[in-house]
Structures are given as C-alpha cells and as structure tokens.
Design a protein around this ligand. Structure first.
Ligand SMILES: Nc1nc2c(c(=O)[nH]1)N[C@H]1C(S)=C(S)[C@@H](COP(=O)(O)OP(=O)(O)OC[C@H]3O[C@@H](n4cnc5c(N)ncnc54)[C@H](O)[C@@H]3O)O[C@H]1N2
Ligand code: MOO
Length: 418
C-alpha cells in the first residue's frame, strides 16, 4: 500500500490513483482495520455482517418431523389408534405392528413408524380402525435433511438480512457474532453555504449535509444527527478542531469541499496537522478527481478514516460510491462489492486517461443503461433520476451495445420505481 504523509503545500500533487486500483486499495485497507466483532441479539442483527460462519447447533430438522396431518402407522393396515402426537410434543414409540397414532404437521414422528398416511387419503373402518395406502415417498422430513450440526452454511463476511436472521433462529441461535456497525460523521466545509432558504447573492444551499447521511446509512453506517456538523468556518483552526472532535467518536469522518488548493481549501493542511496518512490522494476519475481517503491512527492504535469528498455535489457522490463504499465493505469484513454489468443503450464519451463515471438509468427488464441529462459535477438533477454510474474505462468511449460495469447507488427497493 502506498501512503504518504499529508503536506501543507500539496499543490505539486502525486499522480492520481487509477479508479479500479483505488477501490481495491481502499477495501484492503478497510479489511486490515476491520471493526471488532460483537454479539448482537437476533432482533438487533439486521444490517450487520457475520464475524463467524453461521452453523446449525443441531441437525436440521433436529428430529424426524411429519410434513402432513395424518396417521403415523406401523406395519400394514388397517391400524388401531393408540394415541395422538401434536407439534411440540414428544412422541412415544410405536411398538406394535398394526398400530397408529394421529399426527399433526410439524410433530415428531414416533420411533417405529413405517409410514405416515395423509388424513385425506385415509378411511375409518366400521370398527374404528384406520385404513388406506400410504404414498411411496416419505411424508416426513429426516433429521439433517436441510443441514447437519456444525455444517458451515454462510461464511464470515455475509451481510445479515432477514433471511439470514430467520435461518439463524432456525439453527438455534439467540445471538449472532457480527462486526460492529461503522459510525460516521459528516463535516461540511464552505462559508458560502446556506442551510435554509433559496440560493442567491453568491451563496448556494448546502446540498450535501442533508443528503450524505442518508447515503451513508444506506451503506450500513450509523450517523447520529449530532455528528453532522457544518458549515465549519473556513479557517484551518476550525477545520482541525472539527476533524479532531469527530475522529474522537467515529470510525469514519466524511468531509465535503476544500479538497483542492484554493485560498480557503484547508483539508490537506488540516490532515497534515493531524498526522494523517493518505491511502488515496486524488483519483483518475471524472467527475470527482480531487477525492481522497486518509487514515489517522488513534492513541488506542486503531485506524480512523477521513474521506474527503469534493465540494461539487455530484463529485461528492462519486467519491462516496468510489471510496467510501469499498472502505465500509472492508471495515465490516465484507468482500469488495462486485460490479454488475449492463448494456449501454446509447454512446457515452470517454474522459481521456481518466475513468468516466456516467450517471445512467437502468432498464431492469431490458438490462440496458441509459445516460441521464443534467450531469454536470455541480448538479444533482441527473443523480435524482439515475440508478448508478456506468464505468467507462480510461482510454475508451462507450459505444451503444457495449457491456460495461455499473456502480449502483445504494437505493432501497421501490426507489426509482417510476
Ligand atoms: N484550479 C483548479 N480548480 C479546480 C479544479 C482543478 O483541477 N483546478 N478542480 C475542480 C474540481 S474537479 C472540483 S470537484 C472542485 C473540488 O473543489 P473542493 O473540494 O475544494 O470544493 P470547494 O471549492 O469547496 O467547492 C467546489 C464547488 O462546490 C460547491 N459546494 C461545496 N460544498 C457544497 C455543498 N455542501 N453543497 C452544495 N455545493 C457545495 C462550492 O460552492 C463550489 O461551487 O474544485 C474545482 N476547482
Ligand atoms: O472532479 Mo470535479 O469533481 O470534475 O467536478
């Protein structure tokens, strides 16, 4: 891994990192700093990541289980009824041929059962015996049919979703060992930013303070309202103080603006003052080029991260999907997200030796990507109509019909469903 210490005059900057390499490097650095494993009750485990493989505590099912309502019979019929077993009960063995117990779906099949006869396929003789022909295929689930005790079912790094939680419960777990969820703060830089009312008179609305926490939460981060701070005054002292305070309580501090070297761009000098090391300092991608990721090792020896998102609002989101998403995957012990591929419906220009991340709308039925309009780096209109960014590799242009990777926005089901 290449790291350099921030220097106050970074105007002669190092060469930008290739976009794909930046993703891979940031993910690897995140994995190396993976958050500690903690126990969470199942009811609180949604959205976490497994820190140990999921294994059943018993065979699944744990006992032979009837899959129908009917009769557990022994030997050939007709059968004399000796009792009944319901789901949740412990069945007494069937010890004599020609006997049966009434059995409910989900009930334990008694030892000695030779077949289970469905109730609707059974008849009663005049003297009260049960008669019928059991199906040839077993009507009960064998122990271990789904899984055997201790069998690894899901690996470390699996995101915990309701399906995983349900499986864990059926495996007999009360708690799951998961990675602690990352905590993030957001510092908004820029004296020109208004936090209410219409823009004008040289000032624009802060569009990132209200939006970035929602994106971070969709990536599985915890962001408390108190950790969204800004606009932070455009002085080096205020930047250093804000960064220091935030780094004291979270794993990742995202900043917006001030990544360049303008008269009031203080991020690089502030990182130098904090003794931060760059993981990535500028990326060969358009838009979003001045994005950065730096790490600061705390007194406890644990790395905390600063993601510098450029001030241009769309560029800030490019930095989120390019650097912050892989970092968070690493910190939670998840693999680097694989990029799905789609077919371009229309041409998309290349950006020379930079990767071009171009906002696209996906047609999920056709599997095609359509460029959206209003995609200037200072604009957010295109983003609000897009599903993600098509990746146009350096030195290439997108031609209609090309298969290209897409970096999805972390949208929830139902969003963009119009
Ligand atoms: N001499 C050069 N100047 C710039 C270059 C360059 O290569 N050479 N690159 C441009 C690119 S690309 C970007 S991206 C921006 C990044 O600049 P900063 O990260 O330092 O951001 P600022 O200067 O603070 O702001 C840029 C722009 O974005 C607006 N902004 C900032 N924060 C917000 C916010 N929270 N909500 C809405 N809009 C925001 C700000 O008002 C500026 O218009 O640098 C270029 N310059
Ligand atoms: O990289 Mo800037 O982000 O092109 O606007």
């Amino acid at each position: 891994m290449r790291t350099e210490t921030a220097s106050p005059d970074e105007v002669t900057a190092p060469p930008p990192t290739d976009w794909s390499e930046a993703r891979t490097r940031v993910h690897a650095v995140g994995l190396a700093a993976a958050l500690p494993a903690v126990e969470r009750p199942l009811a609180e485990a949604d959205g976490h990541t497994l820190a140990e493989p999921l294994t059943p505590r018993t065979d699944l099912p744990a006992f032979p289980t009837s899959s129908v309502d009917g009769w557990a019979v022994r030997g050939t019929g007709p059968w004399r009824v000796t009792g009944r077993v319901l789901a949740g009960g412990v069945a007494a063995p069937l010890t004599e041929d020609g006997t049966t117990v009434e059995i409910a779906t989900g009930a334990m099949v008694p030892v000695g059962t030779s077949a289970v006869l469905r109730v609707e396929e059974s008849t009663r003789t005049a003297d009260g015996l049960v008669d019928g022909v059991p199906r040839a295929t077993p009507e009960w689930r064998r122990p271990g049919e789904e899984a055997t005790a201790g069998e690894p079912l899901l690996p470390v790094g699996t995101p915990v979703d309701p399906a995983v939680i349900g499986l864990a419960a059926s495996c007999g777990h009360d708690n799951l060992r998961v990675r602690r969820q990352p905590r993030a703060a957001l510092l908004v830089f820029g004296d020109e930013l208004l936090t209410e009312g219409p823009p004008g008179g040289g000032r624009v609305r802060d569009a990132l303070g209200p939006a970035v926490p929602g994106w971070l939460r969709r990536y599985g981060c915890q962001v408390s309202p108190a950790d969204v701070v800004g606009p932070v005054a455009d002085t080096l002292t205020a930047h250093v103080a804000a960064l220091r305070a935030a780094l004291g309580s979270v794993d990742l501090v995202c900043t917006t603006g001030g990544t360049m070297h303008g008269p009031v761009d203080h991020l690089h000098p502030a990182l130098a003052e904090l003794g931060a090391d760059y993981v990535v300092n500028t990326v060969a991608v358009r838009p979003g080029f001045p994005m950065l990721l730096a790490q600061v090792v705390g007194a406890d020896g644990r790395a905390r991260f600063v993601a510098g998102l450029p001030g241009n609002p769309q560029s800030a989101i490019v930095a989120l999907v390019s650097l912050v998403a892989p970092l968070l995957a690493g910190l939670t012990g998840r693999p680097l997200p694989a990029l799905p591929h789609v077919t371009l419906a229309e041409p998309i220009a290349g950006r020379g030796d930079h990767t071009h991340l171009a906002l696209v709308r996906l047609d999920r039925v056709a599997g095609t990507a359509h460029p959206v309009r209003h995609v200037g780096s200072a604009m957010l209109r295109g983003l609000s109509a897009a599903d993600g960014f098509a990746v146009i590799r350096p030195g290439s242009a997108g031609v209609a019909g090309d298969r290209v990777p897409v970096v999805p926005l972390p949208l929830l089901p139902g969003e963009r469903a119009w």
